[in-house]
Structures are given as structure tokens and as C-alpha cells.
Ligand binder design. Structure first.
Ligand SMILES: [Zn+2]
Ligand SMILES: [Zn+2]
Length: 443
């Protein structure tokens, strides 16, 4: 019992990076807990708390189902590659440590722990800064900025592609810091950034001088001119103060991309900017301009400074309203239930990846991707939604029959089967009525 309480306390404190060197130093990488995975219940608890406090304080919800589902979907997709291989950051790090390390800092020293905290946070500052200042890297990172809301679900809106470039920035640490210490801090650094995504904490007094806080990070998510390319810090804000990228919160912050994407389709959110960049580069005749499109800032145009001229961007009027198309209450319930079901599948996948056959892991991963894509189509009310949903519901019925998907309680098995069957019938009928409407229009 006491051990359970201690584990729960460690799990909760890990979300705020409040672990001591003593309880989070390990000799080998394999001993390092999966802090991010273990934090899931605390994420859910804190998101529900934010929702409740938001309702009590403002009388309205701080999160919409469409935006929240899109953000959590992005977070889920970003971690899917971990089912098949160890993260790029750790893999590259271990390789450099094994072949090139110059010093061997002791893994069980508090000094090593603190130096690594600072080193990882400095590495993160540069990962993050380059992800904003190099358009090709921004193509991945823009996912995190694509919400026009700012709440705890926004923290989970992560890019699947970003890890394929971020690993480079941490390699200098591998010359001296053992991988097990790095493996702890790369997770704690990410976890810390969860709680700062909220509008409900206004000011934290003297802590604002040293730490990255909700107030500083709100500025980072703004599309007002004063917010652009500012406040890159992870845990500490001192790096921004040192390197001249700090901006205090002043005008009301309007969140999201300079050119909002106005969609909840999850693969579009992840990958749309790559094709945008490609099309932009093709517009230029000059080869150097074509190349600079990818390596200069996303606002850059030929003849302008490296980061472009912010004045060329659309002006913020402070009257912007986030994209929130109306859709029926029935579809809200539908999306919420199916999203809970896919969360259950996702959770089972990560919990049982070691014991499941590789083929089953791949099939369930594909189903998770199909579900997140199809639900985005439903929210966006796209013409392809009935088709995708019909296929998805058939696959889900098969998975339920084969026992690859099990409800939280055994007693929910029959209602779940019935719900999925009803869903299938609904989308078949929707598909037919859509076809009829198209035929009537063309007549
Ligand atoms: Zn950013
Ligand atoms: Zn953020």
C-alpha cells in the first residue's frame, strides 16, 4: 500500500518534473521508467480538473470536443512509431555514447543529474528555436501550434515527424552524460511542458523570472506580431532571456497559426505543411530561392531577412474567433464514444506490445490511424466520412469478435457490439442518402 502511494506520488510529481536525483537515477537505460506512458492518468485527471475549473470560473468550456479530440489524436499519432522502435533521440544518443564518449560522468551523482537537466533544457531551447526558424523543421512543429485554443489538450498536440530532427541537438551531451540519465531528463523535460498549456493560471510571481510558465508559453502560442518566434524555453525561461528571444505577455493573445488551417482532419494537421512548402518552392525560378524556402523561416520571401517580415502576415484584430463549425449533438456523442473506444485500443497496444504478435500490433496500429482519420472527417463533415466510417465500423466489429478489442467492463461487451452495429447501419444509410442527393442534383 505504502509502495503504491509512493509510486503514485512519483508519477504525479514527474508531470511537473519534481523528482529528486535520488529517486530518478538509474544505472541502465532499461531500468528507466516510462514516465510519459505512466503519466497518462495524471494527464486525464488534470484535463478534467481544468475543464471543471474553467466551467466554474467562466461559465463555459475551455475545450471543444472537435479541437480536444484533434489535439489528443495528434499526441497519439506522435507516439505510434515507439511501438515499432525506440525513439530516435535515445537511439542516436546511445550510439554516440557507445562509440565516441570522452568522459564518463557518474550515473548516480546528483551533479550529473542537475547538469543533464540543464543540458537537456538548453538542447530543447535550440531544437525548439530551429523548429520555428527553419521552414522544413517548422513543417513538423507547426502541428503543436495548429490549435486556436490554449488548454491542456493543446500540450498533447504533437508532431510525429519532429523526433526525426530533434535528436541531433542532444548529441553533444552524449560525449559525457550516460544514456540512462539522458533517458530520464528527455522525458521529464517533455512532461514539464504539459501543465503550462492553460489559461487558468495567470501569474506565478518570482517563478516567472526563471521558469517557463503558462504566462510565458501563452505568448509562444500567439499569432500576434509581438508573440512570433518568442519564448522557446522548455523548463527554464532563462535561455530566452539570455539569447534575446523573450517577450512578456501584454496584449490579449490570439492563438494558432498565422494562417489557421481550419480543419480537424488529423493527417492533414500532421503533414499539410510539407506540400505547402513544396508548392511554394516551385513558384520560384531561382534555385537558391527554392532551397531557401526550406531552410529560412516560414515567413521568409525572396529579398527579405532570414525570418521574413512579420508585417507581411495577416494583422491580428483581437476579434478572431476560433474555427468551431456546428455539428449535431448526436454526432458529438458518436465521436466521443468511438474516441473512448480507440483510446482503449491504443492503451492496450502500448500495454501489451511485448506479448502481441507483430502482425497484430501492425493491424491495430493501422486501425488506430484509420479511426483517428475517419473521426476527423466526421467532425469536418466531409463527403468521404460515410465511406470511411462504414469501412472502419466493419473492421471494428471484426476486432471485437476476435477479442482484440475489449471494453473496460465485461458487462459492456454486448452494448459495445450493439453500438458499433448501429453505427455501421447509420453510415450505410448516410452513404445511400448522400448518393441519392448527388444523383438528384445531377438530374
Ligand atoms: Zn513552438
Ligand atoms: Zn506549447
Amino acid at each position: 500500500m505504502a509502495a503504491d502511494v509512493a509510486a503514485a506520488s512519483r508519477g504525479f510529481r514527474s508531470v511537473f518534473s519534481l523528482l529528486t536525483p535520488n529517486e530518478s537515477s538509474f544505472q541502465t537505460v532499461d531500468e528507466v521508467p516510462k514516465y510519459v506512458q505512466q503519466a497518462t492518468p495524471y494527464f486525464v485527471g488534470l484535463m478534467l480538473l481544468e475543464l471543471l475549473v474553467g466551467v466554474l470560473r467562466t461559465g463555459g468550456s475551455v475545450v471543444t470536443l472537435s479541437d480536444g479530440v484533434t489535439s489528443i489524436s495528434a499526441g497519439m499519432i506522435s507516439r505510434l512509431p515507439l511501438l515499432l522502435f525506440r525513439g530516435c533521440e535515445l537511439t542516436a544518443y546511445v550510439y554516440v555514447w557507445d562509440h565516441f564518449h570522452l568522459m564518463d560522468l557518474p550515473w548516480d551523482s546528483a551533479w550529473t543529474w542537475w547538469i543533464t537537466l540543464l543540458g537537456v533544457d538548453l538542447g530543447y531551447y535550440w531544437v525548439h528555436r530551429c523548429s520555428h526558424e527553419v521552414a522544413l523543421l517548422w513543417a513538423a512543429h507547426q502541428v503543436h501550434h495548429s490549435s486556436e485554443y490554449y488548454n491542456l489538450t493543446t500540450a498533447l498536440r504533437q508532431s510525429v515527424a519532429q523526433q526525426f530532427s530533434s535528436w541531433i541537438f542532444y548529441l553533444p551531451l552524449a560525449l559525457a552524460v550516460p544514456p540512462s540519465v539522458f533517458a530520464v531528463h528527455i522525458q521529464l523535460n517533455l512532461l514539464y511542458q504539459f501543465w503550462i498549456h492553460t489559461e487558468l493560471i495567470s501569474d506565478l510571481g518570482p517563478l516567472e523570472w526563471i521558469f517557463n510558465t503558462p504566462k510565458h508559453h501563452r505568448v509562444h502560442h500567439g499569432r500576434n506580431i509581438y508573440c512570433l518566434d518568442k519564448n522557446y524555453g522548455g523548463i527554464l525561461i532563462i535561455w530566452d532571456r539570455l539569447f534575446g528571444t523573450f517577450a512578456p505577455e501584454s496584449d490579449k493573445v490570439i492563438y494558432g497559426l498565422v494562417f489557421p488551417i481550419r480543419t480537424f482532419e488529423t493527417l492533414h494537421v500532421q503533414f499539410h505543411y510539407y506540400s505547402h512548402l513544396w508548392k511554394r518552392s516551385r513558384r520560384y525560378r531561382n534555385v537558391s530561392d527554392k532551397i531557401l524556402t526550406f531552410i529560412n523561416g516560414p515567413s521568409w520571401k525572396p529579398g527579405k531577412r532570414r525570418l521574413g517580415d512579420y508585417q507581411d502576415n495577416p494583422k491580428v484584430t483581437l476579434k478572431e474567433v476560433p474555427h468551431n463549425p456546428s455539428w449535431s449533438l448526436l454526432l458529438h456523442v458518436y465521436v466521443a464514444v468511438h474516441f473512448l473506444l480507440v483510446l482503449r485500443i491504443y492503451h492496450g497496444l502500448f500495454g501489451n506490445q511485448m506479448v502481441l504478435p507483430q502482425g497484430t500490433v501492425v493491424a491495430l496500429t493501422a486501425h488506430v490511424l484509420l479511426t483517428l482519420t475517419a473521426l476527423g472527417y466526421v467532425i469536418d463533415q466531409r463527403p468521404w466520412a460515410p465511406f470511411l466510417e462504414t469501412i472502419r465500423c466493419v473492421v471494428l466489429m471484426i476486432l471485437l469478435r476476435l477479442g482484440h478489442v475489449t471494453p473496460v467492463l465485461p458487462s459492456l461487451a454486448a452494448p459495445t457490439q450493439a453500438f458499433v452495429s448501429l453505427s455501421l447501419i447509420y453510415w450505410i444509410l448516410q452513404g445511400f442518402s448522400q448518393r441519392l442527393r448527388i444523383n438528384n442534383k445531377s438530374d
